[in-house]
Design a protein around this ligand. Structure first.
Ligand code: SAH
Length: 347
């Protein structure tokens, strides 16, 4: 890799236009390049056939296009595809294509590794190496969209930021990527089909609401009792449930969009009626629905999925209180592609 040249996709459209003007060309040239880089996802300057050879050579001399590469691909018996995505500096992240009957969903990563220490999550065991750039997030979607077209004959329908990393700790790049994904000068997908999942950082949730983002918000709750949530997710020590709730109420007030709570029921942690009641009470304070996720084993004894019976009890009680609750089937767990199993294990 050439580290002296700048990644051209770090430049905004305006910056590209300025670059050409400064180099004695027309600003319009910047628009052309921008289209090649984003809508057409060009991998080389040579592909940009409506540019003169001189322009292409000049770009080549000044910039690189750091595209990601699908390094390995694994297919689950349920059709889920896990990709190991190699970045320009040889680090690896994982992105997953999850097909259902009518839809295909991309689960993308926002960081290499993760700095949070959720005790039940495999990604937490990898230390955070770095944030992904906007183009690296965008590229994951482009690659998964290709797989959706190839294997399912239609475009990608949804995107969830539920891969590796905490998107709200890489806010600027994640928003920039979503902007490109939703823009007509990018992939032109609807923001309504994008969900950002966070561990729940109140300050950042408020910021998102102020920034008037148009995508959906999911929060990994896992317990509505501070003491228990802190045991599962140490981030709760400094960002407790009351602060989280205040930020979610603010989000709803600004966006009028319901929050999805992700909730894994663990044996011995949050599997009593008391836990259920606490969740119901919490949900009643802000318009929300609950996705009950079955726990995917990550190879230690500490965390186990709770009994199916108690999960049904959660659903029953939530529904009796007019809160929508769904049990999410685990997908791709035979290839460690399910939630919390992404840990660069591709053998
Ligand atoms: N950092 C973000 C997104 C990544 S995790 C977040 O915390 O939301 C995506 C979802 O998978 C989260 O709800 C997380 O709590 C859940 N998860 C992590 N490990 C899991 C596991 N082993 N089984 C099931 N879900 C898990």
């Amino acid at each position: 890799m050439d580290t002296t040249k700048k990644d051209i996709r770090a430049l905004s459209k305006e910056e590209l236009r300025d670059f050409f003007v400064e180099n004695g060309d027309k600003a319009f040239r910047g628009n052309q390049i921008y289209e090649w880089l984003w809508i057409k996802s060009a991998h080389t300057f040579n592909e940009m056939t409506n540019l003169s050879l001189t322009t292409r050579k000049m770009l080549e001399a000044n910039f690189v296009i750091n595209h990601v590469k699908v390094d390995k691909m694994q297919k689950s018996i349920d059709g889920t595809i896990k990709n190991a995505i190699k970045l320009h500096d040889d680090l690896i992240v994982e992105s997953v294509l999850i097909p259902t009957k009518k839809r295909t969903t991309a689960c993308v990563s926002s960081q290499v590794g993760c700095s949070l220490d959720c005790n039940f999550c495999a990604t937490a065991r990898l230390k955070r190496m770095r944030n992904l750039n906007a183009d690296e997030i965008y590229d994951q979607v482009v690659e998964i969209n290709k797989q959706s077209e190839l294997y399912h004959n239609h475009k990608l329908s949804n995107i969830v930021f539920m891969g590796m990393g905490e998107p709200l700790l890489n806010y600027k790049n994640v928003l920039n990527a979503i902007d490109k994904i939703t823009n007509d000068e990018g992939l032109g997908m609807s923001a309504k089909r994008i969900t950002l999942s966070t561990v729940g950082i109140p300050k950042m949730i408020k910021k998102m609401a102020n920034d008037e983002v148009k995508f959906n918000l999911a929060v990994s709750l896992h317990s509505a009792i501070d003491e228990i949530r802190s045991k599962l997710m140490p981030i709760n020590d400094k960002n407790n449930l009351a602060d989280l709730l205040a930020s979610l109420q603010y989000w709803y007030q600004k966006t009028k969009r319901k929050i999805t709570f992700e909730y894994v029921v663990f044996k011995g942690y949050n599997d009593t009626q008391n836990d259920i009641n606490a969740l119901v009470a919490y949900c009643k304070k802000v318009p929300s629905k609950v996705n009950l996720i079955t726990y995917n084993n990550i190879g230690d004894e500490e965390f186990q999925s709770a009994d199916g019976k108690i999960i049904q009890q959660y659903v029953k009680t939530l529904e009796a209180n007019n809160i929508i609750a769904k049990v999410r089937k685990s997908r791709g767990d035979d290839i460690d592609a399910a939630c919390g199993q992404l840990a660069n294990k591709m053998d």
